[in-house]
Design a protein around this ligand. Sequence first.
Ligand code: ADP
Length: 276
Amino acid sequence: MSENCNHNCNSCSANCTDRKENKTDFSEKLHDKSHVKKVIGIVSGKGGVGKSMVTSMLAVTVNKMGYRTAVLDADITGPSIPKAFGLSEKASSNEFGILPVKSSTGIEIMSVNLLLKDDSDPVIWRGPIIAGAVKQFWTDVIWDNIDFMFIDMPPGTGDVPLTVFQSLPVDGIIVVTSPQELVSMIVSKAVKMAEKMNIPIIGLVENMSYFKCPDNGKDYKIFGESHIEEIAEKHNLNVLAKIPIDPNISAASDMGAIETFNGDWFDTLAKTLEKL
Ligand code: ADP
């Protein structure tokens, strides 16, 4: 096994003894003028657990640490990244390709909403077209010397996660979950999908874990007891962060001010990524 093995033979050219060849290679070529060092997917078993919030806040944390950071919004039918960053400008292009929009702190962002004339227009496309758009965000967009690219995936185990796992050199995924019992069963599906596809799982993040009452300082488990440790143990994974329900988080993303929000929940996770 190579010294720097990331267990993803699709993103590595080392011809080692442990190499697992894909009979069919679906990998897509990054745009000639792009440079992207690490690609991290943010996935969840179901919608509404805070996957886009985790993607945005993690990107903000890593960017603050001085890394060149990008967000590829692969949630084509439910894109929420541009709103969280308060982007109103549309993506432009030059003779070589499409240029991502830069957030106020310099994070490069590409999302279908940055291409639509009116961002409330729905995307009514069939699966293969949606998956094709995600591939184009990789092949046709000029990403400028990116250290960490975060991919906000649509929930579940459908067409787009499959496309991203097969076509992009994903270095690892972070699985976002919330404490409800049902979610723990669904999150296992997402974890097992990544395992089957040989995508390294960096760990789990539990969002909406608890609510700290500002009046008495006590923690309340609004969605019930957490099952995250059980899931983590079952799949031999690390719990990377537990994030409380905080009305300031939803207010910041609603107001497009996610970059100004201060929270240190992602610092440890960002340091884990630094070691990749
Ligand atoms: P997903 O991407 O999983 O569908 P989102 O990140 O869009 O979920 O989050 C759904 C909603 O919940 C958003 O309005 C978001 O601002 C809010 N939200 C997410 N996490 C929290 C949290 N920890 N505290 C308060 N609101 C949150």
